[in-house]
Ligand binder design. Sequence first.
Ligand SMILES: [Zn+2]
Length: 297
Amino acid sequence: MSIPPASRNPPVWRPRRVQAGSWTITALSDGWLRLDGGSMWGVVPKALWNAWTPAEDDNTILLALRPFLAERGDVRVLVEPGVGDRWSPKLARIYGLVRKPTLRDSLHAAGIAPESITHVIGTHAHWDHVGAWVEEREGRLGPVFPRVKHYLPRIELAVARDADAVRRASYRAEDVEPIESAGILTTLEGSTEIVPGLRVHVLGGHSDGVAVVTWDEERDDGAIFWSDVVPTAHHVQPPYIMAYDLDVARSHAVRSEWLARAAERGWTGCFYHDVDNPFGRLRREGSRYAVELIEGQ
Ligand SMILES: [Zn+2]
């Protein structure tokens, strides 16, 4: 079974919700961007990937910027808030950034008051994932959620503050420093339970410390946020590794292990960059994985 090709233009957006274990997970939006299709697909030939994620004449493909909100009782956890507002017209043009709807718009559309958010998690500090942690107010940079605890893998903080030449294009110190200096940042290593039934697993591969988030992982109806470990529902075979990934061997190992675990458990997968499909469940089909899309409410 294969899933339909990705949309070339941003589809009409609406909030979509699924139930996963004891959690309600809502797919939000912080807009859309375009990246080079070859970079998003690594060694996969264009003859294959262009059928799944069609490229324009400049070889770019459309990608979503999709935060998720997980709710249970009074706990409201925002995972990967998005790209944020701090973009020059030049960079917005290079990356084809379209901020419709923004995180704030999509929270409003989903009926979620920003003040009710209790935790904010970043799986890694790439600008397209945590740019929305920080905003400019009266000429100064500060946290978008100033009274909320933020979480980030420890190594990602270090890299964002002092990126070397290989990493520099993917990080901005200004995305993390205001959170750290506000005293609201907790850094993570290994596997950490943030609240009961919500864990962050630091894995590495794509970046030094990229993490996945799981909800009720011991249950068969739990869920996983894939982050850039599995950026879209089209990237579910272990060798489909982005050219952006720093450590390809580690990515392959991490992806093999976690794709197998997700398929075995039947977890609902949450995809950050997939244009059309926020949610999908993996299933083994012979030596490959198939994705069963989940529409949600
Ligand atoms: Zn990334």
